[in-house]
Design a protein around this ligand. Structure first.
Ligand code: NAD
Length: 298
């Protein structure tokens, strides 16, 4: 504010004119952003497990909407670097990559701290990293059980714990947890995955209640089958467990659950995530949103 206002009335007028010009520029910019759907410009989104599949689809959709991106996940470093630079060029946003392993709480908190250091705050946190193993419970390997619980559920606790203080400080944030239709209903041979995804929904609701009075929301997306590397490897596992052909696993085990009889597309999930970040979704908090072609309606 102008310190000379009391002595120089003209200064107030100048300030008001400048302020009006600034407001007009800002409004025009906002309108342009809305028209181009780049309303997340200036925001930063961190998506765990975004080197492949659904996480990558969500990262691309958020980048297209203007957000700077922190990619995370496993994979070939050269391939990830070319993905990173392609995204930065295509969407004209900052894209960085952090290799933190979701099995390691220290690496998780270091990743969030590094993102905060670079961008100021993690505005949007998408907990997406996940693995699967299909096996009868009496044969389920202990290490697979623990890894699924740690990556699919426990990592969400650590990312939220580290990112939430920054969101609270600025009174704005979006937390989106990738659960699954298997967070709502069970299937045989997926004990660890179903347990972890049910846990993600419990965590989502609890966080939602804790931040309900701030401009922060925490929601879960519950996809049905999406054709990603995770599902491709499940097809192989299911073929062994059930002694079935590939086509029979796809049609008689997977898509039989989905009344739509088609796989959900990663682009659909990207758009759902963008919607949950929009102002239209400001009062949507603590929900478990099924995106599964009607699976859980049965
Ligand atoms: P995907 O295998 O294509 O991708 C998983 C991502 O997680 C990859 O980027 C991988 O590198 C990363 N990841 C795995 N272990 C990690 C670790 N220890 N540390 C860091 N990153 C790690 O799988 P997807 O199908 O895209 O699944 C993404 C999420 O969506 C998962 O949480 C999954 O449970 C959920 N989901 C998938 C489906 C489906 O049909 N594909 C359905 C419902 C829910």
């Amino acid at each position: 504010m102008c310190g000379y206002t009391r002595h120089k009335p003209g200064c107030t007028a100048t300030y008001n004119i400048l302020n009006d010009i600034f407001m007009v520029i800002q409004r025009t910019k906002n309108r342009e952003n809305e028209m181009e759907n780049t309303f997340l410009t200036g925001r930063t989104a961190l998506i765990t497990g975004s080197t492949s599949g659904i996480g990558l689809g969500i990262a691309k959709a958020l980048a297209k909407a203007g957000a700077n991106i922190v990619l995370n996940g496993l994979g070939d470093l050269a391939a990830i670097e070319s993905l990173r630079s392609e995204m930065a060029d295509l969407y004209d946003v900052d894209v960085i990559y952090d290799p933190a392993n979701m099995l390691n709480p220290l690496e998780i908190s270091t990743m969030i701290a590094a993102a905060q250091q670079k961008f100021g705050v993690v505005d949007i946190l998408v907990n997406n990293a996940g693995i699967q193993h299909v096996s009868a419970i009496d044969e389920f390997p202990d290490d697979k059980w623990q890894a699924i619980i740690n990556i699919n559920l426990v990592s969400n606790f650590h990312t939220i714990k580290a990112a939430l203080p920054g969101m609270k400080k600025q009174n704005w944030g979006r937390i989106i947890n990738l659960a699954s239709a298997h967070g709502l209903v069970a299937s045989p041979y997926k004990s660890a995955y179903v347990a972890a995804k049910h846990g993600v929904l419990g965590l989502t609701k609890t966080v939602a209640l804790e931040i309900a009075q701030q401009q922060i929301t925490c929601n879960a997306i519950c996809p049905g089958y999406v054709r990603t590397p995770l599902v491709e490897s499940q097809i192989e596992d299911q073929m062994k467990v059930h002694n079935m052909s590939r086509d029979d696993v796809i049609n008689d085990i997977m898509l039989i659950a989905q009344p739509s009889k088609r796989f959900v597309e990663v682009e659909e999930l990207g758009q759902v995530a963008v919607f949950l970040c929009s102002s239209a979704a400001s009062s949507i908090n603590g929900i478990s949103l099924p995106v599964e072609g009607g699976w859980t309606a049965k």
